[in-house]
Design a protein around this ligand. Sequence first.
Ligand SMILES: NC(=O)C1=CN([C@@H]2O[C@H](COP(=O)(O)OP(=O)(O)OC[C@H]3O[C@@H](n4cnc5c(N)ncnc54)[C@H](O)[C@@H]3O)[C@@H](O)[C@H]2O)[C@@H](O)CC1
Ligand SMILES: Nc1ncnc2c1ncn2[C@@H]1O[C@H](COP(=O)(O)OP(=O)(O)O)[C@@H](O)[C@H]1O
Ligand SMILES: [K+]
Length: 509
Amino acid sequence: MIELLTPAEMGRADALAIAGGVPGIDLMRRAGLAVADACSRMAGHSGQVLVLAGPGNNGGDGFVAAKVLRQRGYRVEVLLLGDPGRLSGDAALAFSEMQAARLTAGILSQDTLDRVPGQASVVIDALFGAGLSRPIEGVAGEAIDRVNGSGVPVLAVDLPSGVNGASGEAMGPAIRASRTVTFFRLKPGHLLLPGRQLAGRVEIADIGIPASALDEVHGSEAGKTWRNDPALWGPAFRPPCLDGHKYARGHAVVVSGPALSTGAARLAAGAALRAGAGLVTVATPPSAALVNASHLTAVMVRSFRGSGGLAEMLADRRLNAIALGPGAGVGDETRALALTCLAGERAVLLDADAITSFTAEVEALAGALSRRTGARAADVVLTPHDGEFARLFGESAVGASRLARARAGAQASGAVVVLKGADTVVAAPDGRAAVNDNAPAWLATAGSGDVLSGIVTGLLAQGLDGFDAACAGVWLHGRAGALAGPALTAEDLEPALRQALAEFFSRAG
Ligand SMILES: NC(=O)C1=CN([C@@H]2O[C@H](COP(=O)(O)OP(=O)(O)OC[C@H]3O[C@@H](n4cnc5c(N)ncnc54)[C@H](O)[C@@H]3O)[C@@H](O)[C@H]2O)[C@@H](O)CC1
Ligand SMILES: Nc1ncnc2c1ncn2[C@@H]1O[C@H](COP(=O)(O)OP(=O)(O)O)[C@@H](O)[C@H]1O
Ligand SMILES: [K+]
């Protein structure tokens, strides 16, 4: 279940299920039942539940849940936003079924606000879900503030009200839930921030939408979107075969910065080796050769002079993946080195200073990418954090969601873009994208990004394509961070990566 559906795609999946013979009210009944089940788990055997219901189908799910919970013996109060007479379709039907079960709804207004959250031990947030179309205002916003301020646990239906399901952005006031029940598949907004944090623990309920609906709707609009998970890239990442030798697993190169900034390249090189590249060489300017050589053992060291020297080294076609950027220094020299890397037929990863060296000149980078030839022409990965992204692509994309920005960056550059952060997004120029959610905040530490660059480069050296290498690298980096645990430093990631890989390969069989 790694596919992510936008609210619009989810609406089409609903419509397809209904057209295929599953009545909409049945979908709503199953949705409401799943919400009631989750609420029972939160509230225990008895208690008081407040259901805040909105004017659309999200409210409809709330009416079903309210009815079921009342039948189970909970004390249930329903406050409806708007006029019951304006409910329509399945929501109106669910409302009348709730009334038939002797449960009436109050109207959410200034007069009833003091009942929010009242004595409730759980609040069910069924105000708005996939249909949120503008920031929440007025009494609904006040109710949300009261619920958030109360500390009473909240169960959100589909999405925390106020969160945009496509982007994860909070449109005005937004519910802070401890749990969310959503249906069929996750939406990007469940994984992107702040949506992920506002949703709490998310459960996916099967409401009877056939899997075949997925083939028709997933990615029919702006490209396919997934949760970043081994199910996405695992098949492309195989352990070494029995008769394999190291040369079959590629030879990665990491370009070092000058004498006083070499650590970043060594972190990356160590990670590339640990990620499984057969051989790794640090390409170093002569001034830094001694410091690099005195710190490296399994990783080899070769010195080069300027972009001409690097080009000579890269005449060796066995060097099949190269990383440039960590500690490289910003300016014309790094830019020339980047163009030298891109001119060859190997996979390339550009990070940090290599990205900043193209500030506001994405066309120059895109031009170099478009001239690439050979089987690995498309295997170029950029790994900017938000600041580096804005430098390269300009401010025009600022304001769009991180998912939309990463996609726009990939399209503008022709590279796979890894937009790093707590909710790292990997996007390919053809519109495919994956949202990562396994990284602990402890990963935000100096040198962590250099390790990520190394992991991805090690995977590129083993032959994974740009998108798979980037997704796998980001996931393994996050998993290594989780295994290394609190107070980790970048140096701790390499040994933890070994454990992450062991876990991955043992599960992959
Ligand atoms: N058959 C279906 O389509 C199913 C839908 N389901 C539920 O239906 C939800 C989607 O239903 P809807 O499309 O009706 O959307 P919502 O119920 O999320 O909201 C739509 C309604 O809210 C209004 N609205 C939007 N933003 C507003 C704002 N900021 N302030 C005030 N009013 C606002 C709209 O005009 C519309 O009346 C899902 O989130 C899910 O909970 C589930 O019942 C499963 C089946
Ligand atoms: N709050 C966070 N939670 C999880 N991961 C994070 C968080 N903030 C940053 N990261 C990750 O940490 C790494 C930091 O990389 P980067 O910004 O390049 O820093 P550095 O240059 O110091 O290595 C990235 O992989 C990023 O995705
Ligand atoms: K909701």
